[in-house]
Write a protein of this length. Structure first.
Length: 134
């Protein structure tokens, strides 16, 4: 925000630098969407392959819905403005995950739990099957 204020205060002074910064932001956003989409698609594929006979797995428009026979649902989706992946679980409730580039995993904003570990544990509670989600 400070840079935006400087750009407004000094029009043209940061023109080329601002353009470069915008490209960097666009790359970060593009990278977020790529990683989040790949993660959600992989989760969908693995869960459907292993548990598809026991529950409904549906991936539409980047939103993964896993519905149990009881009607309870897990929902995993990306949240672009925060560059996070969100999980809604009937077991653990709502949680948000930031991408940890060093470990190449989605880590909870409230602790060190990963998306894959939380989802695997929650699915095990509801289905009795512990999945290795990587």
């Amino acid at each position: 925000m400070v840079r935006q204020q400087l750009i407004v205060a000094l029009p043209g002074a940061f023109g080329p630098q601002r353009q470069t910064e915008n490209k960097t932001v666009a790359l970060e956003e593009t990278r977020f969407h790529q990683i989040a989409d790949e993660t959600i698609e992989t989760l969908s594929d693995v869960i459907d392959d292993v548990l598809g006979d026991d529950l409904e797995v549906d991936l539409q428009s980047g939103i993964l819905t896993i519905e149990l026979d009881s009607g309870e649902q897990f929902i995993i989706n990306k949240h672009g403005p925060n560059r996070q992946v969100w999980l809604s679980s009937p077991v653990s409730g709502a949680s948000h995950y930031d991408f940890d580039e060093d470990n190449e995993t989605w880590t909870s904003t409230r602790g060190s739990t990963t998306l894959n570990d939380q989802l695997s544990a929650d699915l095990a509670v509801k289905t009795g099957n512990k999945l290795d989600l990587g």
